[in-house]
Design a protein around this ligand. Structure first.
Ligand SMILES: [Zn+2]
Ligand SMILES: [Zn+2]
Length: 91
């Protein structure tokens, strides 16, 4: 079952994404500030463009295999220098 609410505070103000840095799906709750690692099944990410679940995560971005839409990407490299972001994701 995909997670739709924060397991701690039951709030729906959450964000589910794939964190490339730790190579894990994560749930962030904006209500109680929880940051939880979840499984792929719990994340149940869908492409916002074509609803495909055929999402691929490589080292720097997540994209849909079917329509090519990029869901998230890290900007680890700027001008040849690697920068480390706390959250690692640009959405
Ligand atoms: Zn919460
Ligand atoms: Zn797609």
């Amino acid at each position: 079952m995909p997670i739709l609410k924060c397991p701690y505070c039951d709030d729906e103000d959450i964000e589910i994404s794939y964190n490339h840095k730790i190579r894990q799906y994560t749930l962030t709750c904006f209500n109680c500030d929880s940051f939880i690692k979840i499984t792929k099944k719990q994340a149940d990410l869908k492409c916002p463009g074509c609803e495909s679940k055929n999402i691929v995560h490589d080292d720097c971005e997540s994209y849909c295999c079917d329509c090519g839409m990029v869901l998230s990407a890290t900007s680890n490299y700027v001008g040849g220098f690697k920068i480390v972001l706390d959250w690692g994701l640009i959405l």
